[in-house]
Design a binder for this molecule. Structure first.
Ligand code: SF4
Length: 291
């Protein structure tokens, strides 16, 4: 089987280093679908031209050699704001998602994900997923809920917000979102309404980093050119365990592979600190004084 043709857009993206060289990454042109009876070159992903109709053995059926047919559908992980690319393997028989893997053609994540990406399947299958609006039917904490329609939910919530506005009590309203992927839109709406009540997962999780970024770079989620940097400074950031953006982490590793010096400020000798050119073991909270 020959190599898949590289498109003009892919060539430009490769030249701009937005995506890796496709041939170097071993894009999935070499793997054949179905049961392999002869040795074949290893490949990390099914070839793109087979995504509509991909066939492979069901590992759960082992030792029986049961084939399954899939549509492979590109999608996005939203377990953090990196929004890495994923491929959903949709079973052609029952249309369920059987597994999720990294999307090698995603320009940010390039097929590499943290463990949370493929684990998205747990969310799809979670029996406790909330599939429709629920209204508390008992006392707070009693755990009693009744199903209501979307219309009722919007009417009740909208009615309470409107009543607060009418009474001039904007600060009665708090907006909480799990994963803010709206890029500031909801904030602007809230500010337009005179509400200072935005809260999210990242209000706690990355507030320190974002505050620092905002002060330093006027943007709370910048994308520095790590791969071409000469020096990379990490402040309590650990590539192997908890770096906020996986696409950044992989480019920091590229930068180091290209000769960049890695400096890590961290009270802890993390794995990343141990691999750094310079580890500055700060006292917790003293980093600002070091700067
Ligand atoms: S870094 Fe992990 S959790 Fe975040 S978007 Fe990528 S795969 Fe998902």
């Amino acid at each position: 089987m020959g190599k898949a043709k590289i498109s003009l857009i892919e060539k430009i993206a490769t030249a701009m280093r937005i995506i890796p060289k496709l041939a170097d990454e071993g894009t999935p042109q070499l793997m054949q679908p179905g049961v392999q009876t002869k040795p074949f070159p290893l490949s990390a992903y099914p070839p793109v031209d087979k995504w509509d109709d991909w066939e492979e053995l069901d590992p759960g059926a082992w030792p029986a050699l049961k084939k399954r047919k899939y549509s492979i559908v590109p999608t996005t992980c939203f377990n953090c704001e990196s929004a890495c690319g994923l491929l959903a393997y949709v079973d052609k028989e029952d249309h369920t998602v059987r597994k999720l893997e990294g999307n090698p053609l995603h320009p940010g994540s390039r097929g590499r994900n943290c463990a949370k990406g493929p684990a998205t399947k747990n969310q799809l299958d979670d029996p406790d997923r909330i599939l429709y609006p629920l209204k508390r039917a008992g006392k707070r904490g009693e755990g009693k809920w009744e199903r209501i329609t979307w219309e009722q939910a919007l009417k009740e919530v909208g009615g309470k917000i409107a009543a607060s506005f009418d009474a001039g009590r904007q600060n009665n309203v708090v907006y909480h979102v799990g994963r803010p992927g709206h890029e500031g839109y909801a904030n602007r709406v809230l500010q337009g309404w005179g509400i200072d009540g935005h809260n999210s997962h990242t209000t706690v999780c990355s507030a320190g980093a974002r505050h620092g970024y905002s002060l330093w770079m006027k943007s709370d989620r910048p994308s520095p050119d790590h791969a071409n940097a000469r020096v990379i400074l990490l402040v309590s950031a650990h590539l192997e365990s908890g770096h906020y953006f996986n696409p950044h982490a992989q480019r920091i590793m590229e930068g180091v592979a290209n000769g960049a010096k890695l400096v890590t400020l961290d009270p802890r000798l993390s794995n990343t600190a141990s691999m750094s050119d310079l580890w500055i073991p700060t006292q917790p909270g003293s980093e600002a004084a070091v700067f």
